[in-house]
Design a protein around this ligand. Structure first.
Ligand code: SF4
Length: 221
């Protein structure tokens, strides 16, 4: 392997679509989905990308940046699987995307790996695993201690236990003092969104309901 090969990333897929989640929901976005994940959540909807060997391509940060630029999108999300499993090369990819200019770079991570070495321009979306995922004990809690105002924290809610867990973490980690981007995301098909809204109303929960837009329009997206 040459040093250049060492800088390659295992990619599951790249595509242009509508951003379905986060405060960027509804915007056109270029997605770079990397292969491999260190967790096995009960409700995972990207099972095909979980194995490190599920990659369909192996590309350099430069090649991926070229694709993102060619997409014409000014929003790029690096996701997975768990993108931080390829942390060193993901940092290089983020640097290249930022240097290309004009793009907001998001990274969605499961929160189990230290994200502090990502370039500061990158907006980090942490998926804080709730009890129903079966993986809530795997979080790297420093990620939540050192949140920045621009970062976002998503809690995927399957039931009341998950919702109460979210309330506890929000309080224990003073999350709203760090960012107002706290997202409560009902699991599609198992959590009634109306019920989640009623809990949020009851508690005056100042976070944001995070509906997965891409699942509402799965025939076209
Ligand atoms: S972290 Fe994400 S990709 Fe990994 S198993 Fe959980 S839901 Fe699936």
């Amino acid at each position: 392997m040459t040093p250049q090969d060492n800088r390659k990333l295992k990619v599951f897929e790249c595509f242009k679509s509508i951003q379905g989640e986060s405060t960027y929901a509804g915007r056109l976005c270029y997605f770079i989905r990397l292969a491999g994940c260190n967790l096995r959540c009960s409700y995972c909807d990207t099972q095909k990308a979980l194995s490190f060997d599920s990659h369909t391509e192996i590309l350099t940060p430069e090649e991926l940046t070229q694709r993102a630029v060619s997409s014409g999108c000014n929003l790029v999300e690096i996701t997975g699987g768990e993108p931080l499993m390829q942390l060193e090369n993901v940092c290089v990819l983020c640097e290249r995307l930022i240097a290309a200019g004009g793009m907001t770079v998001l990274i969605e991570t499961n929160g189990s790996i230290d994200a502090s070495s990502l370039p500061p321009e990158v907006i980090r979306i942490f998926d804080w695993k709730t009890p129903s995922s079966g993986e809530s004990s795997k979080m790297n809690l420093d990620n939540y201690r050192y949140l920045r105002k621009c970062d976002q924290v998503k809690f995927v809610i399957s039931n009341r236990t998950d919702y109460d867990f979210m309330l506890r973490k929000v309080k224990d980690f003073s999350l709203f003092r760090k960012t107002e981007n706290i997202l409560a995301s009902p699991v599609s098909g198992s959590m009634d969104g109306a019920e989640l809204i009623s809990w949020m109303l009851e508690d005056n929960f100042p976070g944001r309901l995070n509906i997965q837009l891409h699942k509402c329009f799965k025939d076209v997206l």
